[in-house]
Write a protein that binds this ligand. Structure first.
Ligand code: SF4
Length: 738
């Protein structure tokens, strides 16, 4: 007979921790150590610990000193309150898994969720959890109970007893989806339980008989026995070796052994050793006399406790109390179907529905819990995946909530498919990094632009976050020079990858490349559409003495100083500023030479158009002397309208030089002698405006006959456009000299 022990069996982490804490306290403390109920659900272990001094008590009544050890199943809120009231010390040996279940229940309860727990309402673990919700949590045994629930809550959280088979949780989950608008499910089933269940089921299918060892009051052991029976294999639940019955192994080739989470190694070893000893013996015929003492020896059975045990017996027809009698026939048709169905369910739930994770792959998951130093993610696997805090983000994170929220769908990288507790270890940071490189490579290959936030200014440029660190040299931030790089920190920039080396972890990006490209495109478009007479919007890019260069869409046009205003403009800078946006008229386009001339004054009314209506001959107005020529003075009567006061009209006496009478900037009265709108000429007289000496004037008139040519020009009026042109030409010559 071959004896095979299941891979995962015996003490789980939580139980081992509780027992170790108790042993340590028993060694170090002499105050008296008490456990509220059995420390673990195994009477042999409880008895052994009692022998060392651990007192099992039912309540805190009458306990006024000593230390209370909180068992692995945990305790309710009231117990902790009572301990505090009594001023007792305590050692919290609550299993971390149970602790988490309690915290989830309390957290959701405090956030207004209806807490629903699938499990055994009489189990101490569940009683404790309910207490953390101030008694408000609903406990249900399975899907049929869930269906009967007459509640419809806005939001519900579904939790499970740590020893629950997963398929039960899922079936309840399906039902509850119809009873709330928002259902959050946390798979709080302990992996130790699941692993034991999986290993036990797998083993049960290979052997002829299964021996399940563990306390009758142990929920997880009961469930192990139940699952093994559901495979159709004859299964016996015992607490210790002396319950074994030789008869069970008659004509048996292979025996499987498994044990609940609160079963110590020494009991498992004893059971296996006993069977090994029998292995060497001839198994007696069932009718022989030899069987009787063996049957008696192996049947000092303790009464199984708990309803689950009875349920097992009903389901399979095999009672653990009947260990030394022939098990009831299992081949009855209906039971067979039942068992087959159950077996299929178990197989499907335990194997096929589970997502198998592979190291290095990136998968999607949903954030289901956020702890101080880790985040739990449901990735559809057997257990929730864990993202340790450093694996959450590339940046230093103090609180995981800076990065994720419950319910977030995220992508994670599988670092380890399973740790020792069965949880996958995941990394959001690595998933992002891997994806970032893929994105960058793709963008580089296709020359596509990406967007990235500027993280900080570093030597020579900007550091940007592109999933990995990217560098934008200062010279590639703008099309021109950038004085203050700090102004970019925190902003999102459109960038192009211009250099990429994954091995060297090097990413160089350019914003200028995009701006250059856009500029060139715009320039092409502008040239294609540019026509004389258009009014376009532009930005003043540069100002010189002779005008301003205006960007009208990738093309810089010249706005000459003479085209800025109808009035006199001393310097373009007195009217325009670099960066100023203005509308301008296209006066000329030379596509061959790439030159465009622009006008601003053309967009304003020309004052000469109404000059003759506004200024009547004989009228006296005030004007400002703009400049002085040898033949007279130019006087501005309003911006854009200048007239000439000929030297002969300056005074009623002979004037050798105009500056002897007037000076530039002086405001003087002038009489209007003539106005020519079309020619844009106006003749003025200072002499007549001030009151003339007619005699002297006659003299002057005579002299005028002999005046040089320029005076004649003045007599007929001066065409201002010609004079301006002269002056501009002079300016240009001067500029070229400069
Ligand atoms: S079975 Fe799991 S939950 Fe229960 S005590 Fe053990 S480790 Fe903790």
């Amino acid at each position: 007979m071959e004896i095979i022990t299941a891979k995962n069996s015996g003490f789980c982490k939580g139980v081992r921790r509780a027992v170790n804490k108790a042993l340590k306290a028993l060694e170090q403390e002499d105050k008296g150590l008490y456990s509220l109920g059995p420390l673990v659900h195994n009477p042999q272990v409880v008895e052994w610990l009692a022998g060392k001094g651990l007192n099992k008590i039912k309540s805190l009544e009458g306990i006024n000193k000593g230390i209370i050890i909180i068992r692995s199943h945990g305790e309710g809120l009231e117990t902790f309150r009572k301990i505090e009231e009594k001023g007792l010390d305590f050692i919290d040996a609550t299993c971390q898994r149970v602790k988490r279940l309690q915290e989830l229940a309390r957290g959701y309860y405090q956030n207004g969720y209806r807490v629903v727990i699938v499990g055994d309402r009489d189990h101490p673990e569940i009683k404790g959890v309910v207490s953390w919700t101030e008694g408000s949590a609903l406990v249900i045994g399975g899907a049929s109970e869930a269906e009967r629930l007459a509640v419809h809550e806005e939001s519900m959280v579904l939790l499970s007893q740590t020893t629950l088979p997963e398929e039960k949780l899922r079936s309840v989950e399906e039902v509850l989806k119809t009873k709330t608008n928002k259902l959050v499910t946390h798979n709080t089933i302990c992996p130790a339980t699941r692993l034991r269940q999986q290993a036990a089921v797998a083993l049960a299918k290979k052997v002829d008989v299964m021996i399940v060892i563990g306390g009758y009051n142990s929920s997880n052991t009961q469930k192990l026995a139940q699952l093994c029976r559901q495979t159709g294999t004859l299964t016996y639940h015992i607490e210790q070796a002396d319950e074994l019955c030789l008869r069970w192994f008659d004509n048996i080739n292979r025996v499987g052994v498994t044990a609940g989470a609160s079963t110590p190694d020494w009991i498992i070893e004893e059971v296996v050793r006993t069977m090994e000893e029998w292995n060497d013996k001839k198994i007696p015929d069932s009718d022989s006399e030899e069987e009787k003492p063996l049957q008696e020896d192996s049947s000092p059975l303790k009464e199984p406790e708990g309803t689950a045990q009875e349920q097992d017996a009903q389901l399979t027809g095999v009672s653990d109390k009947e260990t030394c009698t022939e098990p009831k026939e299992l081949n009855q048709e209906s039971e067979d179907e039942n068992i087959e169905q159950e077996r299929e369910n178990v197989e499907v739930q335990l194997t096929e529905n589970i997502v198998n994770l592979r190291k290095g792959e990136i998968i999607k998951g949903k954030v289901v819990e956020i702890r101080q130093d880790e985040v739990l993610v449901d990735v559809g696997g057997k257990s929730e995946g864990i993202i340790p805090l450093p694996e959450l983000s590339r940046r230093r994170v103090e609180n995981p909530r800076e990065v994720v929220e419950i319910g977030d769908e995220i992508e994670v990288f599988v670092i380890r498919p399973e740790n020792e507790d069965g949880n996958p270890i995941l990394s959001k940071r690595r998933a992002e990094r891997k994806q970032a490189w893929e994105r960058l490579e793709n963008a580089f290959e296709k020359q596509e632009e990406i967007s990235a936030e500027v993280v900080e200014v570093v030597k020579g440029g900007l550091l940007v976050d592109v999933g990995v660190n990217g560098f934008v040299p200062a010279s590639l931030v703008e099309r021109g020079y950038v004085e203050d790089l700090e102004a970019y920190v925190g902003k999102n920039l459109r960038l192009k990858v211009i250099e990429l080396d994954r091995n060297k972890n090097k990413v160089v990006l350019s914003r200028k490349a995009i701006l250059d490209e856009e500029y060139e495109n715009k320039k092409r478009e502008t040239w294609d559409n540019l026509e004389e007479g258009q009014v376009v919007n532009g930005v003043v890019r540069r100002i010189t003495d002779f005008g301003a260069f205006v960007d009208i869409g990738g093309v810089d046009g010249l706005l000459h100083v003479s085209e800025i205003s109808w009035g006199r403009v001393d310097h373009p800078r007195s009217v325009l500023k670099v960066g100023q946006g203005i509308d301008v008229k296209v006066l000329g386009v030379n596509k061959e030479e790439g030159k465009v001339s622009l006008g601003l004054k053309q967009l304003q009314p020309n004052p000469w158009e109404t000059a003759s209506e506004k200024y009547k001959v004989g009228e006296i107005v005030e004007g400002k002397v703009l400049r002085i020529a040898p033949f007279g003075a130019f006087v501005e009567v309003e911006p854009g309208i200048e007239g000439l006061v000929h030297i002969s009209q300056l005074a009623d006496y002979h004037v050798a030089k105009p500056e002897d009478v007037v000076s530039v900037g002086e405001v003087i009265p002038v009489k209007i002698l003539s106005v020519d709108d079309k020619a844009q000429r106006m003749s003025l007289s200072l002499r007549e405006a001030r009151g003339k000496n007619t005699g002297e004037q006659d003299e002057k008139d005579k002299e005028k006959e002999t005046q040089p040519e320029d005076n004649k020009a003045a007599e007929t009026g001066v065409k201002l456009g010609d004079l301006f042109s002269e002056l501009f030409e002079e300016n240009k010559v001067q500029e070229n000299k400069d």
